[in-house]
Ligand binder design. Structure first.
Ligand code: CP
Length: 313
């Protein structure tokens, strides 16, 4: 029986077997989308709290849907109107939630390492929903799931991750996950947005998108973090788009069955053209759907779920 760690803090800490186990469990969870009534008793009596110190649409909502479909009690703690706003320390907030008998805490924070600090403080399971530029493990898992679902495998595929690698927790989780599952990874972006020494993780570094587009099976396009634009990592959005934006002209130069991915939210017309985002080769919508299945699988496995055959009964 493959066991997961108490907390899901990053894909760096998971083995290929553990990742495969989560993806296989998510396949069963995804079956729920075929049902008229999407409610199963699997997590009845379990309590899940989302604690987001940064904005989110996809991650927070999909965790809430995943929990509710499995009959868990899901509480969204609104940080701005919680006692955090009155100066309560982060650790105290964790202990307070623990005292209420919470089973799983899902946390997003702008500071890398915050989920680990919480996980070391409480006995509840902690899932990292994105911490600074460190990791976004559930995004990495849903990306792996989508690639495997669409391409039938991950091992041996060539994947390009394009954009702001320096600040991207999505890039880090994808790199760890893809390499463990046997893919070849090329990171593409301007030198100013490339972490020094990133090749030591086992990836290839490229600064020309046009040089790699026809060599890869998957292009995962990262959001340009416009909030950092004033620091001058690239001259203008127009310049960035010209060099690294995936538009229809660039798509036509890629392979006919190349998979186009984006974690969202997208800056349409900057890193990805709107026509590309809705092109038949784009799986952006499927990524969102698969996010629910992957998060259902994680909630099930972390809270003591055993065989995946028991999930939907
Ligand atoms: N991909 C992602 O994390 O999206 P949200 O910020 O909407 O959760």
């Amino acid at each position: 029986m493959i066991q997961l760690p108490k907390d899901i803090l990053g894909l760096k800490e998971l083995s290929a077997e553990q990742i495969q186990h989560i993806l296989d469990t998510a396949v069963v969870c995804k079956d729920i989308f075929k049902r008229d009534l999407k409610k199963i008793p699997t997590l009845r009596g379990k309590t899940v709290v989302t604690l987001f110190f940064e904005p989110s649409t996809r991650t927070r909502t999909s965790f809430e849907i995943a929990g509710k479909w499995m009959s868990a009690d899901v509480v969204n703690l609104t940080v701005s109107s919680s006692s955090v706003a009155k100066g309560e320390s982060f650790v105290d907030t964790g202990r307070t939630l623990e005292a209420m008998g919470v089973d799983v805490i899902i946390i997003r924070h702008s500071l890398a390492g915050t989920p680990k600090l919480l996980a070391d403080t409480v006995s509840a399971h902690v899932i990292n929903a994105g911490d600074g530029a460190h990791e976004h493990p559930t995004q990495g898992l849903l990306d792996l799931y989508t690639i495997r679902e669409k391409m039938g495998r991950i091992a041996g595929l060539k994947v390009a991750i394009v954009g702001d690698i320096l600040h991207s927790r999505v890039a880090k989780s994808n790199i760890y996950g893809l390499l463990k599952m046997g893919a070849e990874v090329t990171v593409v972006g301007p030198p100013t947005l490339m972490p020094r020494g990133i090749e030591q993780l086992g990836v290839r570094v490229e600064h020309s998108l046009d040089a790699v587009l026809n060599q890869v099976d998957v292009v995962n396009i990262l959001r340009i973090q416009l909030e950092r634009q004033q620091r001058g990592y690239f001259p203008t959005k127009k310049e960035y788009s010209k060099l690294f934006g995936v538009n229809m002209e660039r798509l036509s130069k890629a392979g006919n069955d190349v998979l186009i991915m984006h974690p969202g939210p997208a800056n349409l017309g900057v890193e990805i053209a709107e026509e590309v985002s809705v092109h038949p080769q784009s799986v952006i919508t499927e990524q969102v759907t698969n996010g629910v299945a992957v998060r259902m699988a994680l909630l099930y496995l972390l809270t003591g779920g055993g065989s995946k055959d028991e999930i939907l009964h």
